[in-house]
Design a protein around this ligand. Structure first.
Ligand code: GDP
Ligand code: MG
Ligand code: K
Length: 293
């Protein structure tokens, strides 16, 4: 069987049950990681891995494209969920009538990608109310497949997962599966630092950069992290560091803030830049970063 992988964006008002659904997915005994808090621009809620699939779940409009797609234009790295995700999951709870944001709602109803509308918390409803709600949402979002669920009780969670897998495109995994299960925290640190570099430097720089977290020591009150930013040329190293280190410092300060929110602890982040001419052609290195699965 061919491998499938893709991005699934979960949207919905606060408290409809998005996090509970993620926990329910864990209950399906798949390897998964979840973040504890969100970074400023995006959050990967979790990555669900099976032998022949990988689902990357995110819950904010902006998603980060994986390093895997290095050859793609780096300026299109961060796009909106509606352009980038493979599947849109719109979650509402029983009794909810509408999404407050008109424009957003329009985007959902005119979405070109498959939309699953999860009508959650049906354990709180009776049959009559459920039927009324299904009809209501079917008329509001005619392009959606409606699946009534109870994330809390695990009702229809497996069906949601199966449907997502069905809808996923054929693709190799975006994130290395072993790296995720071994050291998920390092993965998030690398992604976060990459994100800051994408925001602050011109196009050719992020393209030439790879980040690797070499040290991660968790102490009682602080986590000490050392990460290396690898570039291909000396000139790029200079650009990354900036005048008197100012550019690198900005990356470090912003990444540290996100990571403190993420881990809920004080972070000491040491960043340094290393020139490695061949990192992109070096097979071992590529493998390590998960390019050839
Ligand atoms: P989020 O803000 O969308 O991530 O929502 P949460 O997952 O944090 O859930 C918000 C609240 O709704 C929590 O108290 C959950 O226990 C509750 N909740 C979530 N799913 C269900 C469900 O299927 N049934 C019921 N009765 N409560 C649920
Ligand atoms: Mg939540
Ligand atoms: K994150």
């Amino acid at each position: 069987m061919k491998h499938k992988a893709g991005f699934v964006n979960i949207i919905g008002n606060p408290n409809v049950g998005k996090s509970t659904l993620m926990n329910a997915f864990i209950g399906e005994k798949l390897s998964i990681i979840t973040s504890k808090a969100q970074t400023t621009r995006h959050r990967i809620l979790g990555i669900v891995n099976g032998d022949d699939f990988q689902i990357v779940l995110s819950d904010t409009p902006g998603i980060i494209k994986p390093a895997y797609e290095l050859q793609e234009s780096m300026m299109s790295f961060v796009k909106s969920a509606f352009e980038d995700a493979d599947i849109l999951v719109y979650m509402v709870e029983i009794g909810e009538q509408e999404l407050k944001d008109e424009a957003f709602f329009k985007k959902i109803t005119s979405s070109k990608i498959p939309v699953l509308l999860l009508l959650n918390k049906i354990d709180k409803s009776d049959q009559g109310q459920l039927e009324t709600q299904v009809q209501l949402w079917a008329s509001k979002v005619p392009n959606a497949e409606i699946i009534p669920i109870s994330a809390l009780e695990g009702f229809q969670v497996k069906e949601v997962l199966d449907r997502i897998i069905e809808l996923l495109p054929e693709s190799p995994a975006f994130y290395p599966k072993d790296q995720l299960t071994d050291k998920p925290e390092r993965f998030f640190i690398n992604e976060n630092i990459r994100e800051k570099i994408l925001i602050h430097y011109k196009k050719e720089i992020p393209y030439a950069v790879e980040v690797d977290t070499e040290e991660f020591f968790e102490e009682e009150k602080i986590i000490r992290i050392r990460s290396v930013i690898m570039v291909e040329r000396e000139t790029q190293k200079g650009i990354i560091i900036g005048h008197k280190g100012s550019a690198l410092k900005r990356v470090g300060v912003e990444a540290r803030k996100d990571l403190e929110a993420f881990f809920g602890k004080q972070i000491h982040l040491e960043l340094y830049v290393k020139v490695n001419k061949n990192w992109r052609s070096n097979q071992n290195m590529l493998k390590r970063f998960g390019y050839n699965q």
